[in-house]
Design a protein around this ligand. Sequence first.
Ligand code: ADP
Ligand code: MG
Length: 258
Amino acid sequence: MNWEVVIGLETHAQLQTKSKIFSGSSIAFGAEPNVQASAVDIALPGVLPVLNREAVVCAIKFGLAVGAQIAPRSVFARKNYFYPDLPKGYQISQFEIPVVQGGGLHIHLGEAEKFVNLTRAHLEEDAGKSLHEDFHGRTGIDLNRAGTPLLEIVTEPEMRSSAEAVAYAKALHALVQWIGICDGNMQEGSFRCDANVSVRHPGETLGTRREIKNLNSFRFMQQAIDFEVQWQINEIEEGRAIRQATVLFDPDTGETRA
Ligand code: ADP
Ligand code: MG
């Protein structure tokens, strides 16, 4: 039987502001660990966030570039989770009223053109980083990245192949650099994608998705999605159900793993 691939992408673009989204700390890449972490970034008791106007300007620029609606009033929310590199115990993000709603991007695949609709784009802060090397079996925490401004750009589940997903990611990558809101440096993590992937028979309702996290190269995106699609089809054809999960791509083996 025929299988249809369904992909929705979530992209984190690091915004090119001078300072963090809720504090005055620098976001320059490559500093010694923890020298760019202020009282706000490490969440000392009693500190309060002050929104960086420039981050909002970047989000609005993006919204205008993709023909989206810009919310005249926008709301931040706390996303609670526990992780050592998240000092507050929650991430400040947007849930109910993001700055950017709707809009979309034209993508090109050879002769063919397609319009990919965006669901939303919202502002949020990045977390810190856990460092597992060079600590003799222990883990170090670098909070320089905590509070770095991100724009998370979410598509509708409208892409139908890894090639379409890569074409969209490339178009988005070019756009955010062109309008000057993101440097696009994928090695440094300034532009990273999560790919939500499911399969179904054409005409059926959406299948259960698995989310491939943190793809930081277009080639890995293509390889990861192709592997994931084949894995899901095999599972279903062998009578097993797909369970919603977060997976990582291992470039060494070419496989995705829960
Ligand atoms: P979450 O924030 O928990 O990851 P969302 O509902 O915001 O969940 O969806 C995230 C992404 O997953 C969006 O890009 C959306 O288009 C995509 N998506 C949702 N359902 C499916 C599905 N069944 N198959 C593939 N992609 C999907
Ligand atoms: Mg997600």
